[in-house]
Design a binder for this molecule. Structure first.
Ligand SMILES: Nc1ncnc2c1ncn2[C@@H]1O[C@H](COP(=O)(O)OP(=O)(O)OP(=O)(O)O)[C@@H](O)[C@H]1O
Ligand code: SF4
Ligand SMILES: [Mg+2]
Length: 503
């Protein structure tokens, strides 16, 4: 984990959240328990006053991480520090382990309930769906006043504060005496923001706060959040599926895949020099709104793997078109490919070599049994075919996993490469990526991959927003801002309306 000299408000150290799955088995032992690895060893640090965007596909663990960062759910392991004093921050930055006593005082997960209740005021959340997050039985004024009252405000004082807060989120005071169902989606989300701000928090988690709203309302809420950030001196974690939604609001972006952080970068940098193949596929899937602009797409293959038993090595290797020898191939993955590639009906040269069975010896060794003894020519043919398949444009990349082939009579022994697990590597001060392509110890394997790595960096900001570059400055300005009226009739600018696409 890399730190700068800045002050940090939230620091998560190696946090994990594994949800236990009910298997239906009557005898539940540790070995037969199944877990969803929703957040798997994540370390992040958010600076004071910073807005961090958290992006990734559905199910990658964004909500779980957001909830862990405000201690709404208990972690499986790890520590969370909120606004640590300088001496503790120093130790965290230097990687000096904190004592048990220090953890009880400074780690949110370790502290006593009473102390936690004090901290809770400073960390709040806005959920995706205001319909379910606002209690339909209560008036808006009571919904917003509730946290104030629970922290000691008298009801009257609380209502006065509610009226002021409503103005801040550009809602008319009249909504105080309405029920949630009497408001529009955008208004309800403003109420949710208002409630989250009631106790004047320092840290706000926004979990897809705009995705349930119409496009134009999304832009209004985003603009509002940007203004509130300054007014309330907020530090925010903004969770979204969509990289472009946070492009304007976030200072830094964190990309998650299957419970792990794969890339962290300052926002401008990540759009100019995207490094992780997964981030690139997220970006390349963004539609370019200009029919004249042609852009390659890096399509993700297959579905997101199960977080119960995630792929080994780099957990993205099953969908990564850049995956190579060390990315995590296992005997099981290779066996499926071998069955199809070594099928005698596919290659004439193999027509007499019928496979009897394929045995997985362990994660790194496979034995293929043939019905007849193999000749030198057969082995040459098999090796050549496996190589050809590996180098095809649409390749079975599991073939990269093969390290060595030997044979004896009618048996073929296939040994796989040991795999490596990528760690976050510093590209520069603002940019970290978790991919073996950038790991110096992998040079031997990726020396022929320079062209492919170049292709990765071809997806720059310009290639996504080419339509803007073809226009005059005035047109660009028009495209990026328009005006609308809010609840109180005040006119304000919608700055980013064109770049937000509905989910
Ligand atoms: N309470 C729970 N019990 C069991 N599994 C859970 C629980 N909450 C989340 N999960 C699982 O954890 C993984 C991460 O879920 P999470 O809701 O954090 O993802 P997400 O990135 O927020 O997805 P989305 O974009 O769809 O909101 C998923 O596989 C989900 O099914
Ligand atoms: S380590 Fe990098 S190249 Fe290998 S599978 Fe993962 S993302 Fe792809
Ligand atoms: Mg979610």
């Amino acid at each position: 984990m890399e730190y700068s000299d800045d002050k940090y408000l939230v620091i998560a150290n190696n946090i994990k959240k594994y949800f236990e799955i009910k298997t239906g088995s009557l005898i539940s032992t540790f070995s037969n328990k199944l877990y969803v690895k929703a957040v798997d060893d994540v370390s992040i640090a958010i600076k004071k006053g910073e807005v961090v965007g958290l992006v990734g596909e559905s199910g990658c663990g964004k909500t779980t991480l957001g909830r862990l960062l405000i201690n709404l759910i208990k972690p499986t392991s790890g520590a969370l520090y909120f606004n640590p004093p300088d001496e503790v921050l120093y130790k965290i930055k230097k990687g000096i382990e904190l004592s048990k006593e220090e953890l009880k005082v400074y780690s949110v997960y370790h502290m006593k309930k009473k102390r936690m209740r004090e901290q809770r005021k400073h960390m709040q959340i806005v959920f995706q769906d205001p319909v379910s997050s606002l209690d339909p039985k209560y008036l808006i004024k009571d919904i917003i006043a509730e946290p104030l009252v629970s922290y000691g405000y008298r009801t009257r004082e609380a209502y006065t504060k509610v009226a002021v807060l409503l103005e801040k989120v550009r809602l008319n005071k009249e909504v105080m005496n309405k029920f949630p169902h009497e408001l529009s989606g955008g208004q309800r989300q403003r109420v949710a923001v208002c409630r989250a701000l009631a106790l004047n928090p320092q840290f706000l988690v926004l979990d897809e706060p705009t995705s349930a709203l119409d496009v134009s309302v999304q832009a209004q809420v985003l603009n509002l959040l940007e203004d509130l950030r300054e007014e309330f001196n907020l530090t925010m974690l903004f969770i979204t599926h969509h990289l472009l939604v946070v492009r304007h609001i976030a200072d830094r972006i964190i990309v998650m895949y299957l419970g792990k952080v794969v890339e962290i970068s300052e926002t401008s940098e990540i759009f100019k020099k995207t490094m992780h193949p997964y981030t690139i596929s997220l970006l390349s899937a963004v539609p370019v709104p200009n029919p004249k602009v042609k852009r390659d797409r890096i399509l993700l293959e297959g579905d997101v793997p199960s977080p119960i038993n995630p792929p080994k090595g780099c957990n993205f290797h099953t969908r990564c078109r850049f995956a190579f020898e060390k990315c995590g191939w296992t005997s099981k993955e290779l066996t499926e490919v071998l069955r199809s590639v070594l099928n005698p009906e596919r290659y004439l040269e193999l027509h007499h070599t019928k496979i009897d069975s394929i045995h997985i010896i362990d994660e790194k060794n496979i034995t293929v049994k043939y019905s007849i003894a193999l000749t030198d020519t057969d082995i040459e043919n098999i090796k050549r075919i496996l190589n050809t398949e590996k180098n095809k444009k649409v390749k079975d990349r599991a073939l990269y996993g093969i390290r060595e082939i030997t044979w004896n009579g009618n048996q073929l022994f296939i040994k796989l490469h040991d795999y490596a697990e990528p760690k976050l590597i510093n590209i520069n001060e603002q940019h970290q990526v978790s991919c073996l392509l950038y790991d110096d110890s992998m040079k031997e394997y990726i020396k022929d991959k320079n062209k492919e790595i170049e292709l990765l960096h071809h997806f720059s900001e310009e290639s996504i927003f080419t339509n803007d570059t073809n226009k005059s400055d005035t047109d660009k300005q028009k495209a990026k801002s328009t005006t609308a009226s809010d609840q109180t009739g005040k006119r304000f600018k919608i700055r980013i309306i064109r770049e937000i696409k509905p989910k």
